[in-house]
Ligand binder design. Structure first.
Ligand SMILES: N[C@@H](CCC(=O)N[C@@H](CS)C(=O)NCC(=O)O)C(=O)O
Length: 233
């Protein structure tokens, strides 16, 4: 039995990490038996992050490595994709991880009204006396990373303009198909739809949330991916 070490769920999702949900979707799509094990603190994990897949004594960190591991065991997440489509898949995943993911993190952690909900949902298990100092330290560190990465240096208007380009690229790829590469979900959908889903389910209606909610076809696409591949716990 495979075990996915994952952050628990929040905001209407089976985990509060889109990378953990990506791994969950890949496991569901693989057809292998698996179970979740919830962790709150990833510091003892190989890359100090989640998700991590455990198989017997082996720990496999990083959702992309988990995908490769499952593929070596026989899973095929990109059935029927041409070489050109595989290249497009790679480019879309990179775009999402560099752009949309960081907008999600920004809106969860750095918008004050949203942060109050994020803090309550992610850290309610931390003892009250240490919760304040710990979450202030974590928020400061996320802010520094968002400034270093660039997302927090832009105005809201600039962030939304960049997001519009990303959503437009996804829309063009999706066209009138059910999933990004046709009638079946692929690894690209597993990587991208959870990020969109979390932006749609932000605890407050930020500009990014409103932009995506009003985008023709993308909320429906996310709902299809949820129905097809999210686990039910
Ligand atoms: N490249 C990694 C990224 C995983 C990642 O960044 N996970 C975040 C949560 S979304 C994490 O564990 N951050 C450390 C923390 O929250 O302490 C993957 O694809 O799995």
């Amino acid at each position: 039995m495979l075990t996915l070490l994952t952050f628990p769920g929040s905001f209407n999702a089976p985990s509060h990490s889109p990378y953990c949900i990506k791994a969950m979707c890949l496991l569901q799509m693989s057809g292998f038996d698996w179970q979740p094990k919830y962790l709150h603190d990833p510091r003892k994990m190989p890359l100090s992050r989640l998700p991590v897949l455990r198989e017997a004594a082996q720990l496999i960190p990083d959702s992309a490595h988990i995908q490769t591991h499952l593929e070596h065991k026989g899973a095929d997440f990109n059935t029927d994709l041409s070489t050109e489509q595989k290249a497009q898949s790679h480019a879309h995943i990179q775009m999402c991880e560099a752009g949309l993911y960081n907008i999600l993190v920004h809106d969860r952690w750095l918008i004050d009204e949203s942060w109050a909900h994020t803090r309550a949902a992610f850290f309610s298990g931390i003892p009250f006396l240490v919760r304040g100092p710990l979450t202030r330290k974590l928020r400061k560190s996320v802010r520094s990373k968002m400034i270093a990465q660039g997302t927090a240096q832009f105005s809201e208007q600039e962030r939304l303009a960049r997001m519009t380009h990303d959503l437009n690229a996804l829309s063009v790829q999706l066209r009138d198909q059910s999933f990004l590469f046709g009638t079946h979900p692929t690894a690209t959908d597993a990587a991208i739809a959870p990020v969109l889903d979390m932006i749609l389910n932000l605890p407050v209606a930020t500009g990014a949330c409103e932009l995506l909610k009003g985008w023709d076809g993308l909320p429906e696409y996310v709902a299809r991916l949820r129905a097809a591949t999210y686990p039910e716990f």
